[in-house]
Write a protein that binds this ligand. Structure first.
Ligand code: ADP
Ligand code: MG
Ligand code: ZN
Length: 615
């Protein structure tokens, strides 16, 4: 809301107030009559009482009907009134206190409206006054009191930001070495994971001024105002350097530009975005102004924002795993009275998929529940009750994953990871998680050891086996097929097709490139080599055969390492995320145990042979 809008609204309110005042006057003012009609009534003895104020007469006739009129000659009227024995009251012509208030009503209305607006403006953190200087609403919120201690369970992201805090605290240390301080940091992650909180914590840790504005604050405005506000914001910030500018929900202005489509509102947004880009480029490195922005939708952002020199530091915050949830619980539990002996780890374990905001909400709800039951402290059953309440609310939004799906996902991801681990010609497993992300319920991430430019046949085949591992694990453990693997199947099919048609690696088809006629997976393969229907059938057969062989190989491997599959899936269900190191521990424990078991069976077999020989 800007000054113009406030002004317009006040005008509207004033007009409304005036109309209301007039209506009120008319309602409370009895009908007027002419002075001669009044004299006639008086003569007939129909006037009962009157009230005089100067020449103004209000009165009541014998039928108890009120009226008003005006007398040009009050002294001349008096004898007539006394003659008819009319009840007379009178006051001086100066407006009394009552009418003074009446005339003040519109003023009071305007004042009230102004106060209310001022209040809402300042609670939004930009105390803009009516008609005051235009930059007053950009005063920094002051120094944030939030520190990294208030943020928990996202150490990775936090670690990346300590350097930024350092650079704000000791700018000279960085500039001396010629290093350049990152100008823009983009915090991205699902809602409620603590992005806003983290931005405030950066400011709090560095104890520098903090300018905060929501992305949508720019867009609500009239044409051209968004862009000029961006410029104001940066001018003001530079004056206060070192400082932090925080733009929350930047996707509201930073969304992809449409290009061509010039509808009014888009135009405005694009101008604002352009102004932002210009300002970001205009930073010089000795101005220690750091722009922090947050978004739930990094995919929506205009690529121009992500170019080097702008938001060159991107920090992803994901939903917390069990360990992270425990830490967040601990932070928020400090604010309530917990009953002694309550095990927060158990609670953290029981709320998979909860974000930091939901955990904060849980603690608050639990405290309210305890209070409702008249308890002195918050107990486990209070948490249970609060959890059920929140989960039910979330279930409607279909965010919560059922226990069945969690198990399925855990085995599915473990299947991928085990095949990637037991085969040699593969990229090592980097991270396995059953924390949902976008459409995917889980993820197994592999990182190549070094940049690969060429891929061996074995590597490609193994890649398909790893992809099949998810579906195979589901089939082995639950004995049924689900759609959870549809994406894996699609990718596997694509790879198998390229193996045969593009890379010429299939012995039956031979080293021949069989590009598809149009587009297809190669994207506009114009150098299409037409091939016969026979070849097409052969290709289809080979693709199917390759995929089936990989599927069987995956089943073979997972059956062989069945115990590892259970172990890893259980570990995933408890921890939700498993990194490379933990994966390697689980794997080596398993290998050791297997070795011991094998040596036991072999010695037993050895003794058996021995005894039979002795017989
Ligand atoms: P976002 O901006 O990512 O949507 P917020 O920062 O607004 O999330 O988080 C809302 C609230 O949830 C915070 O004020 C805080 O109380 C709680 N919260 C979220 N994440 C965390 C966290 N990692 N540690 C502690 N509290 C958190
Ligand atoms: Mg936020
Ligand atoms: Zn999968």
């Amino acid at each position: 809301m800007n000054n113009i809008q406030i002004g317009l609204l006040m005008l509207l309110l004033t007009a409304l107030g005036l109309v209301g005042y007039n209506v009120w006057l008319r309602e409370t003012t009895p009908p007027a009559m002419t002075y001669s009609a009044f004299l006639a009534d008086l003569d007939k003895g129909e006037i009962k009482k009157i009230h005089l104020r100067g020449g103004e007469i209000t009165g009541e006739n014998i039928k108890k009907r009120s009226f008003t009129t005006f007398s040009p000659d009050v002294p001349g009227l008096m004898p007539l009134l006394t003659e008819r024995a009319v009840d007379i009251t009178a006051e001086s012509a100066d407006p009394g206190l009552g009418s003074f208030f009446q005339s003040m009503i519109p003023v009071i209305l305007i004042l009230g409206a102004w106060l209310i607006f001022n209040k809402t403006q300042s609670t939004k953190g930009s105390g803009s006054g009516f008609g005051k200087g235009k930059s007053t609403h950009l005063l920094p919120i002051g120094v944030s009191k939030i520190t990294f201690n208030d943020v928990a369970g996202i150490e990775e992201a936090q670690g990346e930001l300590t350097e930024i805090v350092d650079s704000l605290k000791h700018p000279e240390k960085f500039s001396k070495l010629g290093g350049h301080i990152p100008k823009g940091i983009l915090l991205q992650g699902p809602p409620g994971t603590g992005k806003t909180l983290l931005a405030k914590a950066i400011a709090g840790e560095a104890s520098v001024p903090f300018f905060s504005i929501g992305g949508s604050d720019f867009v609500e405005m009239f044409v051209g105002v968004g862009a000029s506000r961006v410029r104001e914001l940066f001018t003001e910030a530079k004056k206060n350097a070192p400082c932090i500018i925080f733009i929350d929900e930047i996707d509201a202005i930073g969304g992809k530009r449409s290009g061509g489509n010039a509808s009014g509102s888009n135009d405005e947004r694009e101008q604002t975005l352009n102004a932002l880009l210009v300002e970001m480029d205009g930073f010089s490195s000795d101005e220690t102004v750091i722009l922090v922005a947050a978004t739930n939708r990094p995919d929506m952002l205009d690529p121009a924002l992500l170019r080097p020199g702008r938001f060159d530091r991107q920090v992803t915050i994901s939903l917390p795993d069990a360990k992270g949830r425990l830490k967040i619980l601990e932070v928020h539990a400090k604010k309530v009275v917990l009953s002694p002996g309550i095990n927060l780890a158990v609670i953290a374990q029981s709320i998979p998929g909860f974000s930091g905001a939901e955990i904060a909400n849980l603690v608050n709800e639990a405290a309210l529940t305890a209070a409702r039951h008249g308890k002195q402290s918050v107990t486990l059953p209070d948490f249970e009750e609060a959890k059920d309440k929140i989960v039910m609310g979330l279930a409607r939004k279909s965010v919560v994953i059922s226990e069945k799906d969690r198990r399925l996902t855990a085995y599915h991801e473990a299947g991928h990871a085990i095949i990637a681990t037991v085969l040699t010609e593969t990229d090592p497993v980097h991270k396995i998680t059953i924390i949902p992300r976008g459409q995917a319920l889980g993820l197994t991430q592999q990182l190549p050891l070094d940049d690969r430019y060429t891929y061996s046949y074995e590597y490609i085949i193994n890649r398909i086996k790893i992809l099949m591992g998810g579906r195979v694990a589901e089939e082995l453990i639950f004995g049924r097929l689900t759609t959870g693997a549809s994406n894996d199947i699609l990718t596997a099919t694509e790879i198998a097709t390229r193996l045969i048609c593009e890379w010429g690696m299939n012995p039956t088809i031979g080293p021949v490139a069989h590009m598809q006629e149009q587009g297809g997976f190669l994207g506009g393969g114009s150098s299409a080599k037409p091939y016969s229907e026979q070849t097409a059938q052969a290709i289809d057969r080979e693709i199917k055969k390759t995929l089936e062989e990989c599927y069987d190989a995956a089943r073979q491997l997972l059956s062989e390492h069945n115990k590892l599959l259970h172990k890893l899936a259980e570990a995933l269900l408890i921890n939700e995320t498993i990194d490379a190191e933990e994966m390697s521990i689980v794997y080596h424990c398993y290998l050791n145990q297997k070795k011991i078991e094998e040596s036991i069976t072999s010695t037993r077999e050895g003794t058996e042979t021995h005894t039979s020989e002795g017989r």
